[in-house]
Design a protein around this ligand. Sequence first.
Ligand code: ASP
Ligand code: MG
Length: 301
Amino acid sequence: MQAFNRHTFTFLPFMQVLKFGGTSVANADNIKKAAAIVAEEIKKEKTVLVVSALGGVTDLLLQCGTLAAQGNQEYKQYLQALVQRHLDTAKALLPVTNQSGVLSQIMQRCNEIEDLCNGVFLLNELSNKTKDRILSYGEIISSQLVAAYLTSTGVAPTWKDSRELITTDSNFTKAAVDFEITNPQIAHYFTTAKATLFVMPGFIAVDKYGYTTTLGRGGSDYTAAIIGAAANASAVYIWTDVSGMMTADPRLVNNAKVIPHISYQEAMELSHFGAKVIYPPTLQPLMTKGIPVWIKNTFAP
Ligand code: ASP
Ligand code: MG
């Protein structure tokens, strides 16, 4: 079956977008749970998987950059922790025969982060532009790791760099998407690409000059929405650690209840007033197209 995309006048196959947040990919066990969900979902239709950095990694990267800028050598210990975290996860996740490629990929990425941090240390300066470069590695590594794991289970996904599809202005750390450039890029890519499963890093994008940007903290939800809207997805699923939008923050209120249905408008208000479950700009592009959004619990599917 095909869906008609009135903006580009191309035919797009039905496609769904699944986004897994930091907790859902925090460690090997959680990644396995997420991958099991994906394995079921791809039986239904073409699927784009958007992933966050492993839980806590973006903060760790930020700490590395900040310490380096302060001339504090401790950034090297934080970098070491970062390398170890990813290597340990990869080793716990992958059969030994599948490990070497991923381990060297992780090492290579971490060396790049180290080079950047060394530069920051020498200059005593962390610009927003450099911050985005450094932070982007969290999602790059996590998405490559998840793709490698899926491959080891026989699923064969295509890894696609979001920076090839999402273009923004140069407002580093909170860049605004240029939809006129981005939407046709996404529509064209998914119309022509042959895979049934794509894995993409959330949060990151590129400006018109080719520099890495980010969509703001928590922005992986937004990545999923941008892709879903531009590709006329059948639905966008935000896989997280709570079972939906709730009447209150379940970490603070014992009897917080799941709201079974909510309008885009009300959900947007709740997220703007502090509901942590979804990044505030996420719903706008989906509302415009009337694309349903599901909040799902990776730990209670
Ligand atoms: N990893 C990024 C952050 O922690 C983006 C995200 O998780 O949505 O802000
Ligand atoms: Mg989030």
